[in-house]
Design a protein around this ligand. Structure first.
Ligand code: DCP
Ligand code: MG
Ligand code: MN
Length: 358
């Protein structure tokens, strides 16, 4: 959750916001992007209202609230509940869908397919469904991969990586991006950005990462590969410049807060991503991998409104297009290296990573 979402009860629409947030959380779990956006916008609007919104018409007049959401706001304001939420949470098929969507490597298409094929439990999937190797791991390690990583453990895992990286090449710089850089108390995975001064292409970092992965596997830190490095494709459209997998905290490096004494705990498998970024693209990559995704989307939209294009490699002057939107020129790179400079060129006030929750 975001920092400013702490409902302090003083907001006149606190109850409505709380129930809409539960609906939004459900759509987040079912990856319903459009509804997530609609609910987030409506919640943001409600947060700004100085008085309680009680009728559909009143809600509908506000920015970013459509008819159907307005009707739900009235229902909540008058009955203190939302039947749609209750039926959703009671529906076994919705719950199965949610469970299946929690399998690493499964999208809405696979989840719906499994349901249509009659599968109802993770055990059904394990024994009877067609699974990709990644989905199989996602089922076998379901609980681990759906447990968030406490901030202190992210730091401890990162320390292991940094130690080995420094032995291989002390000039390489590593940073944890993603929700951790935004200041989250817990993260879904660990996103590590890898760079080195003087690099112009991600491919130059491939030998380093290859070696790092090998060492970390040998040490038992990396325990599974989900997306391997492809040296031949490194850096091309970002493909191949990344490595995805799972890691565990080595014995003896457990973080504080566990149980005192007792049987040694089985380490939890954690998702870890490495991204290779040349110095020339570091600023743009930092923006992209810091997120969040909604913040990124709004920056990209803003760029395109201003005749520019933003991606994880840089900010470009928009390509000129002719008939059938065919490219006439390749967009000209305006800035890639410097995060702050990209904000400046976009004409937006600098936002610290922890201010980028949306
Ligand atoms: N990202 C994006 N759009 C996507 C996926 C990712 O812009 N569809 C960017 C923004 C994210 C970053 O990549 O912040 C890292 O992706 P993660 O999926 O790891 O998301 P977070 O680190 O933000 O959250 P979590 O704690 O769930 O890992
Ligand atoms: Mg992450
Ligand atoms: Mn990630």
């Amino acid at each position: 959750g975001t920092k400013d979402e702490a409902a302090d009860g003083t907001n006149p629409n606190a109850k409505t916001i709380e129930i809409l947030q539960s609906m939004c959380d459900y759509y987040t779990r079912t990856k319903d992007t459009w509804r997530i956006m609609a609910y987030r916008k409506a919640i943001a609007t409600l947060r700004r209202q100085p008085t309680k919104i009680t009728t559909e018409d009143e809600a509908y007049q506000l920015p970013n609230i459509g008819r159907r959401l307005a009707a739900k706001i009235e229902e909540i304001a008058t009955t203190n509940r939302l039947r749609r939420l209750e039926s959703t949470l009671d529906n076994p098929l919705d719950q199965t869908l949610e469970t299946f969507l929690g399998v690493y490597g499964a999208g809405t298409a696979s989840a719906h397919k499994w349901i249509a094929q009659g599968h109802r439990t993770l055990d059904d999937l394990l024994h009877r469904a067609d699974l990709t190797p990644n989905q199989r791991l996602g089922v076998e390690r379901y609980a681990d991969l759906n447990t968030r990583i406490p901030r202190a453990e992210v730091a401890a895992l990162f320390e292991c990586v940094r130690r080995e990286a420094g032995r291989i090449d002390p000039a390489v710089e590593l940073l944890v991006g993603g929700s951790h850089r935004r200041g989250a108390d817990s993260s879904g995975d660990i996103d590590i950005i890898v760079t080195r001064k003087g690099t112009a292409a991600a491919a130059e970092l491939v030998p380093f990462l290859g070696e790092l992965v090998e060492v970390l596997e040998r040490k038992g830190f990396l325990v599974a590969t989900l997306a391997a490095l492809h040296a031949d494709r490194a850096g091309r459209d970002g493909v191949g410049s990344k490595w995805h997998g799972c890691c565990v905290l080595p014995p003896g490096e457990e973080v504080e807060g566990g149980e005192g004494g007792g049987a040694p705990k089985k380490p939890i498998w954690r998702r870890i991503d490495f991204l290779l970024v040349p110095e020339a693209e570091y600023g743009a990559a930092l923006i992209y991998f810091t997120g969040n995704d909604i913040f990124n989307r709004s920056l990209r939209l803003l760029a395109s409104k201003k005749g520019m294009r933003l991606n994880q490699r840089g900010l470009y002057k928009e390509v000129l297009r002719g008939k059938n939107r065919a490219k006439i020129t390749e967009g000209q790179l305006l800035e890639g290296r410097d995060e702050k400079r990209i904000f400046e060129l976009l004409g937006v006030k600098w936002r610290e990573p922890w201010e980028r929750w949306c």
